[in-house]
Design a protein around this ligand. Structure first.
Ligand SMILES: *Cc1c(COP(=O)(O)O)cnc(C)c1O
Length: 374
């Protein structure tokens, strides 16, 4: 890059490393000339969206010449009902990623700080750095302790002070798949001073069916500095449409809506999300298939002597016991895309999304000769 432009950029942007997405199928086709590719790199729902969502999209195609509803009236009303809050508590985002960035735009600046865990979702440092604020990273729970690789909430508390404005908790976390039970999380939230917002990112909430998983939205009355984010990209299978949202105190939502682009969620996203919420059977099918295939993939990894971090999500993080990059490359040659996580400081791990039974079979078949050294 021309030094001139680098000097012109804001200090936060100068040091920024862009998000590394999963490798798209089309790119692997172009580079390796392989076809029949299985992509297990971005934690998408392998069943795709509800057929009812696709129907709603089709029915809305005639409206594409018009701007979307800037206030997302129907979707916000539906989400408010789902969570038992008022629509004034909902902020819609172009994916929940958008909401995370809105939080950074509204609450961070160069002399302020955000706190999050080592191995936490990659968007937190990017949003923080783009705002020019300081990222304070708490070491994760050590690999040999219970809750290995998960958030160490005590270590996070130790990083809080009067310059802290945002605390990001991914529950469950990507890429580790680890999660925090209600009691522990609430005691953490209650210990955060009111100069900081606690953002609980629940992108994978739908995959958990454990009574210990927190009902965080019900805590909002007690902890007005809590913000819960959700997405339609994972279990609802709508990653391509970009719809997510935050549930928060109305005053926080008001501030987020001041920086939000008025038309950040398109017409098709709004109607598809509404229809997806009504198809509980599709969601249940997706979650059930995921549990079965996650178990199968975990067992296969154990069979090769690999350590899998127990996951509540639609992916597993696997310690390959040696540098993972060559294994990632060998899988690409076999037409299977998984996710290297060296950018998270985990060069020996691979993150593998859980696919359909066929896709999981392809992954296991592709891994077997690599790991058996055949
Ligand atoms: C995938 C993911 C998101 C957001 O995805 P969007 O498509 O932007 O909604 C947020 N947090 C975590 C932890 C994720 O893994």
């Amino acid at each position: 890059m021309l030094k001139h432009f680098l000097d012109l950029a804001t200090p936060g942007v100068r040091g920024l490393k862009p998000y590394q997405p999963g490798k798209p199928i089309s790119e692997l086709e172009r580079e390796y000339g392989v076809s029949g590719i299985v992509k297990l790199a971005s934690n998408e729902n392998p069943l795709g969206p509800s057929p009812q969502a696709v129907e709603a999209i089709t029915a809305a195609l005639g409206d594409l010449g018009l701007y979307p509803d800037a206030n997302g009236f129907d979707l916000k009303a539906r989400l408010a009902r789902r969570h038992g809050v008022g629509p004034e508590c909902i902020t819609l985002g172009n994916g929940s990623n958008d909401v995370l960035v809105l939080l950074a735009e509204a609450f961070l600046r160069p002399d302020l700080a955000a706190v999050f865990s080592q191995y936490a979702f990659a968007v937190y440092p990017i949003a923080t750095q783009a705002a020019g604020a300081e990222s304070r990273i708490a070491p994760a729970i050590a690999p040999d302790l219970p809750g290995a690789y998960g958030h160490d909430l005590d270590a996070m508390v130790g990083l809080l002070d009067d310059r802290t404005r945002l605390v990001f908790i991914a529950n469950p976390n990507n890429p580790t798949g680890t999660w925090i039970a209600a009691e522990r999380l609430e005691s953490f939230v209650s210990s955060v001073p009111d100069n900081a917002l606690v953002i609980v990112d629940e992108a994978y909430a739908e995959y958990l069916d454990d009574p210990a998983y927190p009902d965080t939205v019900s805590w909002l009355d007690r902890y007005p500095n809590l913000v819960v984010t959700r997405t339609f990209s994972k279990a609802f299978g709508l990653a391509g449409l970009r719809v997510g949202y935050a549930v928060s105190h109305p005053d926080v939502a008001d501030l987020l809506n001041r920086v939000r682009q008025p038309f950040n969620v398109g017409t098709l996203g709004q109607v598809a999300a509404l229809a997806a919420l009504d198809d509980e059977a599709h969601l249940a099918r997706s979650v059930a298939m995921n549990s079965g295939q996650r178990e199968r993939l975990t067992a296969a990894c154990a069979g090769w002597g690999l350590t899998v971090i127990p996951s509540a999500c639609n992916f597993v993080l696997v310690d390959m016991g040696r540098p993972a990059e060559p294994i990632f490359e060998a899988l690409l040659r076999a037409g299977v895309i998984v996710r290297p996580v060296a950018n998270y400081g985990l060069p020996n791990h691979l993150r593998m999304s859980v696919g359909t039974p066929e896709e999981t079979g392809r992954l296991i078949e592709a891994l077997d000769p690599i790991l058996s050294g055949a």
